[in-house]
Design a protein around this ligand. Structure first.
Ligand SMILES: NC(=O)c1ccc[n+]([C@@H]2O[C@H](COP(=O)([O-])OP(=O)(O)OC[C@H]3O[C@@H](n4cnc5c(N)ncnc54)[C@H](OP(=O)(O)O)[C@@H]3O)[C@@H](O)[C@H]2O)c1
Length: 273
């Protein structure tokens, strides 16, 4: 009998795409879904969920736009019920460190009755290359309401390695992994490492939450600006200024440091000539 496919939600995203690459390399059957895949999966359209879940074994859940969104716990609760109805055998939730809404979602998955693993991740290093901070890096100025708070940025190649281990190996069931990089860096220090790798100056400018909200509102609209500003208000108070050991616990090796990430990432920061 063919193995049940691993369902990867957010297939084209920063983490989902890496999880799929690794599953394919290891020869696992994979079904990657997003709003634009052949089998569509749309968080706001629950009628799309059963078809995506049909016959799936393990499920990687990356929620969009963010677990900090007010509707996330209700969606995760309904999704977990749909997954149980569909006979899913394992859930792996991508969660965020220090966020109360994300903790609520973790509790829902923990209480699902299904085997699960929780990946509680710090800020992604790839926010600077594939996420909302790429534009600011290319402009040479990262304006964030993060003051001098230190963050242990996680490299998504490490996160994806842990996710694949959790999706494919029962030894990770029931575990909560705190996924961080190996060092605490302020945004000033992160900008200095980016500057070195990019070969041109990239500065960090600490701004107030109000300034951040106003600028993001102009660029991305009020809804997204509100979501991200409130997320920053919550997590940039120093609560996440500590290292987690989830990469070592799950994989038996250390996570990659930010300078190594920057060296590999530097092509993304090349300005068009
Ligand atoms: N960024 C961070 O530093 C950070 C830290 C910790 C945790 N997280 C968590 O990471 C998660 C995001 O993961 P990611 O960064 O891998 O994703 P991402 O790069 O933001 O990509 C989002 C993925 O979801 C799909 N998608 C977008 N809207 C959707 C919708 N309404 N319904 C269904 N699919 C949708 C997108 O594809 P289509 O456009 O084709 O639908 C894409 O595949 C969030 O839950 C966030 O809380 C982020």
């Amino acid at each position: 009998m063919a193995a049940k496919p691993v369902l990867v939600i957010g297939a084209t995203g920063k983490t989902g795409s890496r999880v799929i690459t690794r599953l394919n390399e290891r020869g696992h059957a994979v079904r990657g879904v997003s709003r634009n895949t052949e089998i569509p999966f749309v968080w706001e359209k629950r009628e799309t969920w059963p078809e995506a879940l049909r016959g799936a074994g393990a499920v990687y859940i990356s929620y969009s736009p963010d677990l900090a969104a007010p509707g996330a716990p209700a969606d995760i609760e309904a999704f977990v019920a749909a997954a149980a109805d569909a006979g899913v055998e394992r859930l792996v939730l991508l969660s965020g460190r220090g966020e109360h809404n994300a903790v609520r979602c973790e509790e829902i998955v923990r209480g699902s009755g299904l085997p699960y693993t929780l990946l509680r991740a710090s800020w992604f290093a790839q926010n600077f290359t594939e996420g909302p901070l790429l534009g600011p890096v290319l402009d040479g100025l990262i304006a964030m309401p993060a003051g001098e708070v230190a963050e242990p940025f996680i490299d998504l190649d490490d996160l994806a390695d842990v996710a694949v281990a959790a999706l494919t190996d029962a030894r990770h069931e029931g575990r909560l992994y705190e996924l961080t990089g190996p060092e605490l860096l302020t945004f000033h220090e992160a900008a200095a490492r980016i500057t070195e790798a990019a070969g041109r100056p990239v500065a960090y400018l600490p701004v107030t939450l109000e300034q951040f909200h106003a600028e993001l509102s102009r660029q991305a609209g009020p809804e997204y600006a509100h979501l991200l500003t409130e997320l920053c208000r919550e997590v940039f108070d120093g609560r996440n200024a500590s290292l987690g050991h989830g990469v070592r616990e799950a994989l038996g090796r250390e996570p990659r440091d930010f300078a190594s990430f920057c060296r590999d990432a530097s092509p993304a920061w090349t300005l068009p000539s």
